[in-house]
Design a protein around this ligand. Sequence first.
Ligand SMILES: Nc1ncnc2c1ncn2[C@@H]1O[C@H](COP(=O)(O)OP(=O)(O)O)[C@@H](O)[C@H]1O
Ligand SMILES: [Mg+2]
Length: 291
Amino acid sequence: MRAKHPIHTTLSTEAMNVLERYEQELGAKNIVLEKALLGMDKIRFKEKVDTQSIARVIKRVQTGIFGFDELVEGGIPEGFIVAVTGTPGTGKTTFSMQFLLEGLKKHDKCIFFSFEERIEQLIRQSIRYGWNIGEFLDKGYLEIFGFTMLSTEEIIEIIDTFKPKRIVFDSLNIFSDILDFRQSPQWRNITKKIKEKNITCFAITEKKHGLEVKEFDDFDFMADGIFFFDKQITHELDMQKAYIVEIQKMRLTKVNEMPQKFVFTDKGIEIKSSAGLAKTFEIHLKNKKHL
Ligand SMILES: Nc1ncnc2c1ncn2[C@@H]1O[C@H](COP(=O)(O)OP(=O)(O)O)[C@@H](O)[C@H]1O
Ligand SMILES: [Mg+2]
C-alpha cells in the first residue's frame, strides 16, 4: 500500500491507515487530508525535551590517572565520547586501558574493543603494570575483544547485552574511514547507542602529525572531548623527548589547556606537574602550523 505514496514515506502506519480509510470511502485521493496528516506526523520525529528533568549537576567519571582528573574539573562528564588521539607509540592504549581499570575498581562493567591488537598482548601489557584485569574478566566485569572483526550490529548487540558503563575503541581508523566519519552510518548507529545508554567512551584515533601541526579530522569535531598524545622535546638543553598530553576540548568543562608531561611508571601512566613546560611550549605554539 505504501507504494501508492512514494513521496510521503514519512507517514506513520496509523496516519496511513486513516488516509486509506478515507480514500476508500471517498473513492479518491484526498490530498488535503494527506498534507494535514503529514504535518501532524512530524511530531513523531521531534524529541520531547523536558527541561525540568535535565540534570543540572554534571556527573563526572574519573579516569583514576594520577594528576589527570583535576585538569577536567574532577572527571569526564558521564556519557561523553572522548577522542583519545595522537601520533603512534604515545600512550593512547595504555591511558585508555587505565581508564577502564578505574571503572572496574568501582565495579562498573567495561568493554575494550581492539581492532589492531590481540587480546593476549593487551593482557600481557596490563600484567606488566600489575593490573589484575584477569580477575575482572573472570568475574564478568570486563570484556576484551582483541583484533576484532565485529560488525556494527554485533557491537550494538554486545553493548545491549553486556550493559557497560565504560567503553574503549582502539582504534577507529581501522574500523571506519576517519576522513569520512560524519557520513558513516555504522558509527552513527554505535554513537546513538552509546548516548542512549549514557556510556562514557574513549575512541582512539591516529594522527600523522604531532602537536606542532593543527590537523583535525571529522572525529575531532564530533567528539565531546579531545585528548591529544604526543612526544615532544620539553627541555631545550638536553633535547630529551617526553610524553605529553594536551586536553584540546571537553564540553561542559573548564579545562587546563596546558600540555601536560606524563611518565610511564611501573603502575601505569602518571601526570607530572606542568611547571617548567610553559616556556618550551611557547615555542611550540608559535611554530604551530595549519594544515
Ligand atoms: N613500562 C613502560 N615503561 C616505559 N615506557 C613504556 C612502557 N610501556 C610502554 N611504554 C611506551 O609506551 C609506548 C606504547 O604505548 P601505547 O599505549 O601502546 O601507545 P599508543 O597506543 O599511543 O601507540 C611504547 O612506544 C613505549 O615507548
Ligand atoms: Mg595503541
